[in-house]
Design a protein around this ligand. Structure first.
Ligand code: NAD
Length: 487
């Protein structure tokens, strides 16, 4: 395999790329294990420089009308479309997902931009004559400098969950991408500049924990969005809120699919296996636990057949790192040693010509009990744990006991039973006969319980509330009327 080597990644501050972190870290191609670039491990000084640039850009940017601001994103959306294949390759290269999955991610970013440019049609500021001659109006105003912190699993899409909406609504942004996947945001910065975004409106500071801490501690940053693991979401939510920033922090997941015996055999097997193995199981919406209610053996048998058609390096991408591969395999071995039955085993997967790549094959573990770590902890790999339940009430109870609450789904042909799961599941996003129930724009994305901290969701209409504050104005203009006057 010929290794790809790219230019070292630089920070993007005030419209310029600059390399100013003292330390640097390697960027890997997970499919080969080769180093493909490096990134600067920045700190508080770089965050401060980005914040100053964003602060300086704020008055002019927020002074434009919403209709003017969205024009940049009409152009940017076209550029995403124009560069779709190149961006797809970049996502696949740095994240390890398949080209098809990477393409779907870029397409989703395009859809997110379509929502952002539709803001002028969605936002209707309120106005009412509350008393004769007296009007109250509410307008949405931006917050100022805001920050977005993103994870490794969707290098292109997750930054697009927040950045277009925050900017279109008049804020200026500092983005901190995952240090595992810094390449996609370099192109994001270049293309936003090409689309005409003024310098300083969008800035990227690369690095790890130090950058995140500096963001949370910076009082000039008014709001922080975070997407990542629950452990870090809690740290960020607490630290950011303690600094009086507005914060929404999305965490990890352990999504339960409740499979009933009347579920459509082939469709259910396909959906469950696709949900647990798509993006190598590194989706916060991936199926992690299947709760099989009563007589579901034929569905499990078909799932095994389906899983065997999934081939690492072909229709299954790599996981992000060597550590991730070891962690995932460790969970499988632990479950096996505790008495669970591994029906399809993805340990020790290798791909010819990419022997150093971080691959784990699809894995189905049956007869898992609710107390095992594979039943409760986020594995974040192409692994599904099957817990058997005697009836729907027990299945719902198992789902409700999870600390997480991103997604849950039910597979059945009974409308009544599906409705019961919709009512009782303790999760923010519910699927009926769908394994990855991601709400599409304009519906908003966000979980419950320890899958999200803060008010509101991160995308869609809900994000408008997060990235703006209301200005309430009361006016009176016709003293001639002299009726019902407020003082
Ligand atoms: P992560 O929590 O390790 O990292 C997320 C971000 O936090 C990165 O930018 C990273 O640099 C930073 N970070 C890491 N450790 C930190 C620390 N100790 N202090 C401060 N900052 C720190 O997450 P990840 O491994 O990049 O992504 C996978 C996780 O993200 C999974 O748990 C997945 O479920 C979750 N995720 C959730 C959603 C959602 O919508 N709920 C979406 C995508 C991913």
């Amino acid at each position: 395999m010929e290794a790809t080597t790219l230019q070292p990644v630089k920070n993007f501050i005030n419209g310029q790329f600059e390399r100013n972190g003292q330390k640097s870290m390697d960027v890997f191609d997970p499919s080969t294990g080769a180093v493909i670039s490096t990134l600067p491990m920045s700190g508080a000084a770089e965050v401060d420089a980005a914040v100053q640039a964003a602060k300086a850009a704020f008055p002019a940017w927020s002074g434009l009308t919403l209709k003017e601001r969205v024009q940049v994103f009409f152009k940017y959306r076209s550029l995403l479309e124009q560069h779709c294949e190149e961006l797809t390759k970049l996502v696949s290269l740095e994240n390890g997902k398949t080209m098809g999955e990477a393409r779907a991610e870029v397409m989703k970013s395009i859809e997110l931009c379509e929502f952002a440019v539709s803001m002028p049609q969605i936002i209707n500021n309120e106005i009412q004559e509350v008393s004769r001659g007296v009007e109250c109006r509410i307008e949405r105003r931006p917050l100022g400098v805001v920050a977005c912190i993103t994870p490794f699993n969707f290098p292109n899409m997750v930054p697009h969950w927040t950045v277009p909406n925050a900017i279109v609504l008049g804020n200026t942004v500092v983005l901190k991408p995952s240090e595992m996947v810094p390449l996609s945001t370099v192109r994001m910065a270049e293309l936003l500049k090409e689309a005409g975004l003024p310098d300083g409106v969008f800035n990227v500071v690369n690095g790890g924990k130090e950058v995140v801490e500096a963001i949370c501690d910076n009082s000039e940053i008014k709001a922080v969005s975070f997407v990542g693991s629950t452990k870090v979401a809690k740290i960020v939510y607490r630290r950011s809120s303690a600094n009086l920033q507005r914060c929404v922090a999305l965490g990890g997941a352990k999504n339960h699919l409740l499979v009933l015996p009347d579920a459509h055999l082939q469709m259910t097997a396909n959906n469950v296996v696709a949900s647990m193995s798509g993006c190598a199981g590194q989706r916060c919406m991936a199926a992690a636990v299947m709760v099989g209610v009563d007589a579901v053996q034929p569905i499990i048998d078909r799932m095994v057949e389906e899983a065997k058609l999934i081939v690492p390096g072909d229709n299954l991408g790599a996981v992000i790192s060597k550590e991730a591969k070891e962690r995932i395999e460790g969970y499988i071995s632990e479950a096996e040693s505790q008495g669970a039955k591994v029906l399809v085993d993805g340990r020790n997967a290798t791909v010819e010509g990419k022997e150093d790549g971080f691959y784990v094959g699809p894995t189905i573990i049956d007869h898992v009990t609710p107390d095992m770590s594979v039943a409760t902890e986020e594995i974040f790999g192409p692994v599904i744990s099957i817990i058997r339940a005697k009836d729907l009430d027990e299945a719902i109870q198992i789902e409700n006991n999870s600390n997480y609450g991103n997604a849950a789904a039910v597979f059945t042909q009974s409308g009544g039973l599906a409705r019961r799961v919709m009512d009782k599941a303790s999760a923010g996003m519910i699927g009926v006969n769908i394994g990855v129930p991601v709400p599409r724009e304009p519906f908003s994305f966000g979980g419950w319980n320890e899958s999200k901290f803060g008010v509101g969701d991160i995308t869609g209409k809900s994000s408008i509330e997060f990235w703006t504050q209301n200005k309430k104005t009361t006016t009176k203009w016709n003293p001639e009327d002299k009726t019902n006057w407020m003082s």
